[in-house]
Design a protein around this ligand. Structure first.
Ligand code: SF4
Length: 345
């Protein structure tokens, strides 16, 4: 396995093509059949009320704000039905940290979704800070919270809220939001309970290469111990409409994105899937990313309020994504939330 120093040297190297070719070699070893996957699912942001005021976020509204909302079950059901009608298999449901919604509210929602839609929809919901918040608001341990949510219909947990897993960075960009240790505890506990999760990283918010490496090291170590991550998804900070954007003057460039993606593939060899994202870097960079270690392009994203509120304006249809994958020399396959492609087209 690549050492930390070797990865740092790559971050400092200008040999972009060499780094990409090495990452492509690892991708080929792990995915020898040339398949690149994508999912049809939908982001549902059940509430935008939030008490955290993260400086990189343009989505939240403080309690009592006129533009704040909590979606009713009917609204959520309609969004799920539309997702199924479009060939979708899952929802990624996330929201702000609401100070009054107790676990019973979440259990009721998950149970109702399962009662109504059964196996037609996979519930990939609630990032680590939300789970910590639910536990705190409800006076429960993390383990009891995750277990109860799982029993009510939660099937896997997204990696959101990781940002950069380094407390110095976190204190600077989201003073209130849960700590690095909270993120680790949620994912470890979920894995111990037999649930799979994803790991994400939001880079380009003024962190150093060493701080980025701290993030990689945490993810790699958890994966060594639990094997519970299905994928690693690096994406770059979008500054438009955010207060952090006033301080971070330059967003990550395409070169920085591709380099970080490739080093993710090289350093996290124990995670099977690396996502080349198009939502923030754009479709063309995403396509090139398939030769820089990526083997998945994520979701066609029927709805994404959080990133689009912060200024990511790219959109893609299923056919566009399939063409993008084919033109890069790969076979497009729809997958489910756990990255399984065998039962779909
Ligand atoms: S990123 Fe999440 S926790 Fe932070 S302000 Fe936005 S909604 Fe709240």
């Amino acid at each position: 396995m690549m050492t930390r120093q070797e990865a740092i040297d790559l971050f400092r190297s200008d040999d972009l093509i060499g780094i990409g070719m090495a990452a492509d070699g690892v991708r080929r070893k792990l995915h020898p059949h040339g398949i690149v996957s994508y999912i049809i699912d939908r982001n549902i942001n059940y509430t935008n009320f939030c008490t955290e005021f993260c400086s990189f976020c343009a989505f939240y509204r403080p309690m009592g704000h006129a533009e704040g909302y909590i979606h009713s079950k009917e609204v959520i059901f309609d969004k799920i039905q539309e997702t199924i009608d479009l060939g979708g298999t899952g929802i990624l449901m996330q929201g702000g940290l609401h100070p009054e919604l107790k676990i019973e509210w979440y259990e009721d929602l998950l149970r109702s979704i399962k009662e109504r839609f059964g196996d037609k929809i996979w519930n990939h919901c609630f990032s680590a800070p939300e789970i910590v918040n639910i536990a705190e608001v409800s006076g429960l341990t993390l383990r009891d919270t995750i277990e109860r949510l799982r029993d009510a219909g939660l099937q896997s947990i997204p990696g959101g809220g990781a940002e950069i897993l380094d407390n110095d960075v976190r204190r600077r960009i989201s003073r209130l939001k849960s700590s690095t240790q909270d993120w680790i505890d949620v994912h470890r506990t979920a894995h111990a309970l037999g649930m799979r999760t994803t790991a994400t990283m939001m880079f380009g918010c003024g962190e150093t290469v060493e701080q980025r490496m701290n993030h990689f090291d945490i993810v790699r170590r958890i994966q060594e111990e639990t094997g519970g991550f299905t994928a690693f998804i690096p994406w770059s900070f979008q500054r438009e409409n955010t207060s952090l954007g006033r301080f971070v003057k330059e967003e990550a460039t395409g070169v920085e994105y591709l380099k970080t993606l490739a080093i993710s593939r090289l350093y996290l060899e124990n995670i099977l899937n690396i996502q080349s994202s198009w939502v923030t870097p754009g479709l063309k960079t995403c396509q090139v990313g398939l030769r820089f270690g990526g083997n998945d392009v994520g979701s066609i994203m029927i709805e994404e309020n959080v990133v689009s509120a912060a200024g990511a304006h790219h959109q893609a249809t299923e056919e566009e994504l399939r063409r993008l994958i084919r033109d890069a020399g790969f076979i497009p396959k729809q997958r489910d939330t756990l990255y399984r492609t065998y039962f779909l087209n």
